[in-house]
Design a protein around this ligand. Structure first.
Ligand SMILES: CC(C)(COP(=O)(O)OP(=O)(O)OC[C@H]1O[C@@H](n2cnc3c(N)ncnc32)[C@H](O)[C@@H]1OP(=O)(O)O)[C@@H](O)C(=O)NCCC(=O)NCCS
Length: 319
């Protein structure tokens, strides 16, 4: 197996790779990845997004990954290889890139294409958490009475939503996927990606809601809803202030999303939830969502030991 910088490849070499990925997401997740792949290809072709490919027989691309470093954090957005050896090869090569030398920790959020990915990450001493991809059909049972306390989210709600996310996720391990250190600037960047980016679908402003609280600027809840395809509505974020929990607000915002989907001819609702987020999982179970796949979130500090192959001391002694 041979590695190449993906920026050296012509677009035609990447076309079949993207097409396979687009079909995989469409079939398994009902997620139209085409807008994200177009953004990736633009950044790859203009040289701003580092990445690597693994070459197989006949120079075909049999593995690929891309990554970037922001604020000292190496973020890996895809990690594809057919075998655990291929995944480890990619990881070790990423760690050796000039970009990675600027990072002090590594974070991944990927949709793995084989169990090899999770085991390879564990072998490289990443802490790995599964995020269940959950789905339910939108059917006639999704009719819900309109809750007049819920209002459409507007641009000017942004700062209040950021503060709500920071309060709602304080002490929740799953938050590391969104705001790795829980800083308010990380939450602001995360919300901006949700509302203006395509990585988690396109924002559906009419279905994204806020629940005003008793004091100005202090929301009780918020739901961010996106489109993953013409038929799939995605709950990209749901948060309730700790002081407003267990009063049914989370469930009402979820019901409002399902009711919106019913009136707009969407057939499927999806969301992602961390395996250790038991309150949220209880809510989604109660509303009929079932897991249909998983993403992996993985993190580890970066140090020189990452690159050092381990030689079992026993074999040295016995040699
Ligand atoms: C998950 C969250 C949105 C739930 O909001 P909420 O308003 O407290 O939820 P609700 O009161 O509507 O609860 C509805 C149902 O969910 C389940 N549920 C909610 N919180 C629960 C908890 N802490 N433990 C067990 N079940 C829980 C119950 O089945 C509950 O019904 P019940 O109260 O009749 O038993 C809230 O806990 C939160 O904001 N958590 C932090 C952010 C987060 O994890 N968001 C989800 C990301 S995927």
């Amino acid at each position: 197996m041979k590695l190449d910088d993906w920026r050296n490849l012509p677009s035609t070499a990447m076309t079949p790779v993207y097409e396979a990925e687009r079909l995989r997401w469409a079939h398994s997740l009902q997620w139209d990845l085409a807008p994200t792949l177009r953004t990736l290809e633009r950044a790859r072709a203009d040289g701003t997004l580092p990445g690597l490919v693994v070459r197989g027989p006949g120079q075909s691309v049999v593995g690929w990954s891309y990554f970037l470093v922001q604020h000292g954090v190496l973020q890996v957005g895809a990690l594809h290889a057919r075998t655990a050896d291929g995944v480890r090869l990619l990881l070790d090569a990423i760690f050796k890139t000039p970009e990675a030398s600027l990072a002090h920790e590594a974070l991944l959020f990927v949709y793995p294409d084989s169990p090899a990915c999770e085991s390879a990450l564990q072998r490289r001493r990443f802490a790995v958490t599964r995020y269940w991809y959950m789905r339910r059909m939108i059917d006639r049972s999704c009719v819900a009475a309109t809750d007049p306390r819920l209002q459409p989210m507007r641009d000017l709600d942004g700062p209040d939503v950021v503060r709500l996310l920071s309060r709602a996720y304080a002490g929740v391990p799953a938050a590391r996927c969104f705001a790795p250190h829980g800083r308010i600037d990380e939450w602001a960047q995360y919300l901006s990606q949700l509302t203006h980016g395509t990585a988690l679908g396109r924002l559906v402003a009419e279905a994204s809601l806020v629940a005003p609280g008793d004091q100005p600027g202090r929301l009780h809840g918020a739901a961010v809803v996106t489109d993953l395809s013409a038929s799939t509505l995605h709950l990209a974020q749901l948060a309730v202030d700790p002081g407003a929990r267990r009063g049914g607000l989370g469930a009402r915002m979820l019901d409002a999303m399902l009711a919106f989907g019913l009136t707009r001819q969407r057939s499927v609702a999806t969301l992602l939830v961390s395996e250790d987020n038991l309150p949220a999982r209880a809510l989604y179970d109660a509303r009929g969502f079932v897991p249909t796949g998983y993403f992996l979130h993985a993190e580890r500090p970066l140090g020189r030991r990452v690159l050092t192959p381990t030689v079992p001391s026993v074999s040295r002694v016995s040699a």
